[in-house]
Design a protein around this ligand. Structure first.
Ligand code: ADP
Ligand code: MG
Length: 713
């Protein structure tokens, strides 16, 4: 067990000040700020004293190896030395522009800093300016030399004020210098940190190894040791994650206590009747998930479940099972897909499965004729239709269900699960439907717990038997001829079909990437001219897309050249060949989705990706893609390579991005915070106890609206 450091003697503790400090006082009145600097600080969102306290360093400069000129050594260790700028030169060399800075180290000797190809560093140089250089020194008579040293500018008397063992490095803005912020914070910390309000009860702090808020704020800015810095950061990461987990736990609790659903009946007879509709045995994973769903749906509280299943794991079947179960209890279900192509595919699958049964399916699509729509709405209203299939756009209109028992949202990869509340069920209904959200975009566990932390989660990571893994290759341009030969042979001899996916519809000046038209022109006049090729993209009308999908499914089209419209859910088992052009333009999960379109039948799939301009990062991603067939493992890798940034960038889930926590780095703290939050909400439902009032308030301020928590307690 790690131990909390004992409070370090802190030289900021005992200063006195004449004006009464106030956390909410405007920034310009703080010592060392003034109107001009206040404006700069406003630009980075800092307005009040407290904002500064919570403006955390992005990094630190390690000052523990402080040396004087005589103490420098060629040990390979990073060392830091202070001096004043004497002169500098810039010249062209074979390695590019070289910058040389000569620093006078207190009259004892000179240190040379050398930088290549970094002329911008020079902008801040001025004779006589105090600087601190950190690097690995080498002696070259009569100079000590540092290559690419880290440089920090000191305020004139900053050194006399004393320099901390770790200097904070803040995100800056034009005109603002590190030493400005350092100085402002040094000045204010002693007076302002005692005013900070502690949200955690004291026993909680000690029980969970958290630094008190004042100490944490002091140590995040000016840690006295490496450990102090780690503990300070932990406090803020924990708090941030804990507060969200509290919100999620309360949301879950409210859901269970306030909402009522119709319990759905289950017995062996119903079960075997449903199973008769499947032409195959269910996989173990499907069985497990169905069991979880059956258990949820038999409760008088609505199911709220997220099903993550890798591409091709057979989620549709699970959905069908749940809908037939609801129907057996006389309840209606609605099955929504993100695109019309997909919704129509579901409609076809369902219609086939429901042949010669009592089940009627109504359909709601965007471009429907009014008379047709009216007919379907009538069937829904009278209860003649037990299943409604449509696009997610129907979420936004009011549908007159007779007795809605189950809502299934397929391919919810856009993270908009909280749309739940948006589905309007016509008035007079006192029961909430059960909810099942399905996604084929595996998400790292830590992200699931954060964004979907209020949902139950099922995972399906097994493919139906007989499925052969897709063989994936990253190829360079020279392999093109061989690849198209292979594709041609497979189409000619085995009547396989395939997809070619490109990032753009038309060529643009903006990016250097393959477009749909160019690819089509090249292939149809070159290596694949004997075959039937077609194009498909998102700007086509629905009828056009439907017609092309129909011809592809029935084998009239051999090769479909498309944008990512085929990314999600499309199921054509005879398609075994996939080519991705300009693959660097696609994310890993997108590529995995695309790969999931092939190898869905009895033959192995072949996927070849070409890239146009691969950066080191995209190369890393593509390598991971080539080597990892499992969508869940791939998601974790993608997450490690790219971080959580763009998941949170979308804002669609409504949870604001974290300030301190990093879901890749802080996975363990997340687990801890989640468990602790669940425990707290269990022991104090609604956080009604006075000692939890501050936690409750902070949680409501931050997440009350986003999580739709309404009145807590
Ligand atoms: P996804 O999870 O990607 O939505 P689908 O539900 O579209 O996957 O299923 C993929 C394919 O696997 C479909 O053709 C489906 O009929 C088939 N399938 C599903 N479950 C099984 C099973 N247990 N055994 C054999 N094939 C199955
Ligand atoms: Mg699907």
């Amino acid at each position: 067990m790690p131990m909390l450091p004992s409070p370090l003697p802190n030289r900021y503790n005992n200063r006195m000040s004449s004006a009464a400090p106030d956390l909410r006082s405007p920034i310009q009145f703080l010592k060392g700020v003034g109107t001009q600097r206040a404006e700069m600080l406003h630009r980075i969102g800092l307005h009040r004293a407290q904002d500064l306290l919570f403006y955390f360093p992005r990094d630190y400069q390690d000052m523990t190896e402080r040396r004087t000129f005589d103490q420098l050594e060629e040990s390979g260790k990073v060392q830091t030395i202070v001096g004043t700028i004497e002169e500098w030169t810039k010249k062209s060399t074979a390695r590019g522009e070289m910058l040389t800075l000569i620093v006078d180290c207190g009259g004892k000797g000179y240190l040379k800093g050398l930088w290549f190809k970094m002329p911008f560093i020079m902008r801040e140089f001025a004779k006589g300016r105090r600087v601190m250089l950190s690097g690995k020194p080498k002696f070259d008579y009569p100079f000590w030399i540092m290559m690419h040293p880290q440089i920090t500018y000191l305020a004139d008397n900053e050194e006399e004020e004393g320099i901390e063992p770790y200097l904070p490095i803040y995100p800056l803005t034009e005109g603002l210098k590190q030493f400005h912020l350092r100085r402002i914070l040094r000045n204010m910390l002693p007076d302002y940190t005692p005013l900070l309000e502690e949200v955690f009860p004291e026993t909680f702090l000690t029980g969970h190894k958290l630094l008190p808020i004042d100490e944490a704020v002091r140590n995040i800015h000016f840690p006295q040791s490496h450990e102090a810095r780690i503990w300070a950061r932990r406090r803020f990461v924990y708090q941030e994650l804990f507060i969200l987990q509290l919100g999620l736990a309360i949301r879950r609790q409210q859901h269970q206590t306030h909402l009522k659903a119709l319990p759905i009946k289950f017995d062996r007879h119903i079960d075997s009747r449903i199973r008769q509709r499947f032409p195959f045995d269910l996989t173990k994973a499907q069985e497990k998930v169905i069991k979880e769903i059956v258990t949820d749906m038999s409760q008088p509280v609505p199911m709220n479940r997220l099903l993550q299943g890798d591409v091709g794991s057979g989620k549709t079947c699970v959905a069908v099972y749940a809908m037939l179960l609801a129907a057996a209890s006389g309840c209606q279900s609605v099955f929504m897909a993100p695109t019309e192509v997909l919704a129509r595919q579901h409609l076809r699958t369902l219609s086939r499965m429901m042949e010669k049964s009592q089940i009627r399916i109504a359909q709601l699509f965007g471009g429907q004729k009014p008379s047709e729509r009216a007919m379907h709405l009538h069937d829904i209203k009278t209860g003649a239709a037990q299943i409604v299939v449509g696009t997610q756009a129907i979420i936004h209109s009011e549908i007159p269900f007779q007795k809605l028992g189950l809502v299934i949202i397929d391919e919810q990869h856009k993270f908009g699960v909280r749309q739940r509340a948006a589905l309007k069920v016509s008035s007079g209904i006192t029961f909430e439907p059960h909810y099942l959200v399905m996604t084929a975009t595996p998400i790292p566990r830590s992200v699931t717990m954060t964004m979907f932390g209020d949902l139950e989660v099922s995972v399906m990571n097994e493919l139906p038997p007989g499925r052969q893994p897709v063989k994936t290759y990253i190829a360079d341009a020279e392999r093109r001829t061989a690849w198209w030969d292979f594709v041609a042979r497979k189409i000619r001899e085995e009547h396989w079909q395939g997809y070619v996916v490109v990032p753009l519809i038309e060529d643009t000046e903006e990016f250097d990437a393959k477009s749909l038209q160019t690819t089509y022109d090249q292939l149809s006049s070159g290596p694949l001219k004997e075959f039937r090729l077609a194009m498909m993209h998102g700007r086509m009308s629905t009828e056009e897309k439907e017609r092309i999908m129909f011809e592809f499914r029935t084998g009239e089209i051999d090769l479909l050249i498309a944008t990512t419209v085929i990314e999600v859910g499309v199921d054509v088992p005879n398609a075994n060949l996939l080519t991705v052009e300009s693959a660097e333009r696609f994310g890993l999960s997108q590529l995995h989705q695309l790969r999931g379109r092939i190898g869905r039948g009895k033959h192995p799939g072949y996927c070849t990706v070409f890239c146009n301009t691969a950066t080191a990062e995209s190369q890393k991603r593509l390598k991971a893609f080539e080597k990892t067939p499992d969508g869940f493992k791939l998601a974790e890798k993608d997450f490690e390579i790219r971080g959580a940034g763009d998941l949170f960038g979308t804002q669609q889930h409504g949870i604001p991005p974290f300030r301190a926590a990093d879901l890749v780095r802080d996975r363990d703290v997340l687990m801890e915070a989640r468990a602790d939050a669940a425990e707290l909400v269990h022991s104090d439902p609604g956080l009604a106890l006075p000692e939890h009032a501050k936690l409750r308030k902070q949680m409501l301020n931050r997440y009350g609206a986003v999580l739709n928590l309404g009145d807590v307690g």
